[in-house]
Design a protein around this ligand. Structure first.
Ligand SMILES: Cc1cn([C@H]2C[C@H](O)[C@@H](COP(=O)(O)OP(=O)(O)O[C@H]3O[C@H](C)C(=O)[C@H](O)[C@H]3O)O2)c(=O)[nH]c1=O
Length: 180
């Protein structure tokens, strides 16, 4: 298992060791011991899975305190462009984003700390997106950021995505009153 770090502290990409053979492939998708050794620490209480076809954008979402979630995200099938935005008000990288392609060949994962908005583009049909969360779903605490806010300068890899009505009216970074 390899770990890559970014110029935004706390964000970690995990590259598991994938064992391929004539039958297919095997990898350990989660190990508390190995993850905590790399700084991927959380009380994981809920697993989610979504399926999206190519061109779907979901996000940018977060949950407000006291229901803040850190996430550990990966794809089990397909490929996704995962995007996270630092919305911690006192962070020197406030408003900066990191984007990482998650695929079902390397089975790479991304650890999204608390204080980030999260979203992704499905780059292939039948992209199965799996993620662990450190807090339960709390719809009353849902928050979001407009995916195509020019101030974020995010290249989602798609111009006219399939996106929920709810996500199309999320606030811009300038309008956001970040709770972090
Ligand atoms: C997130 C969630 C949703 N739901 C229900 C609520 C809706 O009836 C339905 C679809 O929810 P939503 O449209 O919010 O799903 P996504 O747009 O994929 O939301 C997720 O997308 C981005 C990428 C994220 O990082 C978040 O984890 C999450 O917000 O599932 C639940 O029952 N439990 C949950 O934890």
């Amino acid at each position: 298992m390899e770990f890559k770090y970014f110029d935004i502290p706390g964000v970690v990409e995990i590259l598991p060791r994938v064992f391929g053979d004539v039958r297919g492939a095997f990898f350990e998708s989660f190990s508390t011991q190995k993850m905590e050794a790399a700084g991927v620490i959380g009380n994981w209480v809920q697993d989610n899975q979504s399926r999206s076809d190519r061109g779907v954008v979901r996000g940018l979402h977060f949950q407000k305190p006291p229901y803040t979630q850190a996430k550990l995200v990966r794809v089990a099938a397909g490929r996704a462009l995962d995007v996270i935005v630092d919305i911690r008000r006192d962070s020197p990288t406030y408003g900066r984003h990191i984007s990482v392609v998650l695929d079902s060949e390397r089975f790479n994962m991304l650890y999204v700390p608390e204080g980030f908005a999260h979203g992704f583009t499905a780059l292939e049909d039948n992209t199965l997106f799996l993620y662990k969360c450190t807090n339960y779903y709390a719809p009353q605490a849902e928050g979001g950021l407009l995916w195509n806010d020019p101030a974020l300068a995010i290249d989602w890899g798609v111009q006219t995505p399939t996106i929920s009505a709810k996500d199309q009216i999320l606030p811009t970074l300038a309008e956001l009153e970040s709770p972090f």
